[in-house]
Design a protein around this ligand. Sequence first.
Ligand code: SAH
Ligand code: SF4
Ligand code: F3S
Length: 516
Amino acid sequence: MAEKKKDYSKYFDFSDAKVISEDETGKKIRIRGREIHIMSEPNHRQEKQRGKEDVKVLYENTVPESLKDLGRGKRYIVYTYGCQMNEHDTETIKGLLEQMGYQSTEDRKEADLILLNTCAIRENAEDKVFGELGHLKTLKLERPGLLLGVCGCMSQEENVVNRIMQKHSFVDMIFGTHNIHRLPHLIQEAIFSKEMVVEVWSKEGDIIENLPKKREGMRAWVNIMYGCDKFCTYCIVPFTRGKERSRRPEDVIAEVRELARQGFKEITLLGQNVNAYGKDFTDIEYSFANLMDDLRQIDIPRVRFMTSHPRDFDDDLIAVLAKGGNLVEHIHLPVQSGSTEILKRMSRKYSREHYLDLARKIKSAIPDVVLTTDIIVGFPGETDEQFEDTLSLVKEVGYDSAYTFIYSPREGTPAAVMEDNVPLGVKKARLQRLNDAINENSRLSNDKVVGSVVEVLVEGESKNNEKVLAGRTRSNKLVHFEGSPDLIGTFVHVEITDPMTWYIKGNIVPEPVTTV
Ligand code: SAH
Ligand code: SF4
Ligand code: F3S
């Protein structure tokens, strides 16, 4: 049987909702005794629009003096789902909360504020959040003063906001991906009005600079662009994150310089499609290759980026990456499928041949490069032969690792209305075969480094054994070795002795012989 699509239409039944008032601050409604202040709500039609609004770069004044004491003596927790973009947004949220006087806690029983920063990419991501809301309801009943908020990509979906307003009315705040900087005001509004406050903007998006960020550890994320205009037919991101817009190079470079000054050892540049960086500038010619060339000259040991799209990956970029230095030999290059026909229906705008050519060019320019990828199995109508094309591509490219997914229909995307005739059992079997092939690749690639000495940035103790340290090579391989915790945050050289599937083991050595 093909996967059954969930019917959300029941959540649009507002027959028992009463409008109390409506003015320029929005609309107040009452649903079964709960008052809700809808300052703005998501609108799928508007979220699709592109190119009608100018992108503004706003240098925000962070938290106003009047709100700096609102969180004094109170504690917060933010639970984060989804991609690095969300992880990084959480750092901004924490930065704002701490400027308001809030302090973090790990114990939800002592939290005064709990936020769920959500992901909408697949149905199971959303199910997790609704499951968590169920648990939080119990906590909220025990402690009515607890403030609960939902933000992130799910908040940008009409059906999610409607469902929360109707079925989870104990939630106090819903805000989206475009108005994180409004958080202090929304908290104030929710505390003083005691109403559920909904503010989600369905705009194409601005760029907000100067927001505080609470970063931890030795690795830092840096946004270089926001949004996505690719509209792959299966994907919700262009709707939840707005249009593609690049931060000004001088702002990115200043941030990276400051991180270097603070002693960060590694930065990862973030964007849904980093190769499109700069294409939206109207006053300057400045590409992702130019940005990487400029960052190469900053004294920060490692620069990574996530995620690149095969369509915009040009020769200039390959030439800059081949210069090495702090630009590491790892490229995450999502392919999604090895079948040109499926790629066409996904609207990825490249063919199998184009992708294979690109992989060949990258490998010949950067001989030590490690490629990783994302793959979807069971796209509507995917035949056995088309799946075999994916398997053969995986073997040909020889990825070190991959994120693999069963296709999940997302309401409002073009693929959600395509006929999905692949039975779930077949999709699961394909996923298993794909994962086996990728594990085999990982093992082969790990075998190859046995005996070599690799440079490792020590990130912490391994999860299962505190005597063992864990870190990553330039090519992002996970390495385990014995050593003193004093080494955390430094670079060491490790001679590889044992290749495992998920990581490699080795011993610290004083002098490098070769690097991977
Ligand atoms: N911008 C990145 C990917 C962001 S989403 C890119 O284009 O490569 C991360 C991954 O989730 C995607 O690469 C894709 O493999 C997967 N994904 C996105 N939508 C999905 C869906 N509807 N069902 C299953 N997997 C999906
Ligand atoms: Fe989604 Fe495609 Fe944009 Fe990636 S490039 S975020 S898969 S629409
Ligand atoms: Fe999820 Fe939004 Fe990232 S949908 S994958 S959190 S951009």
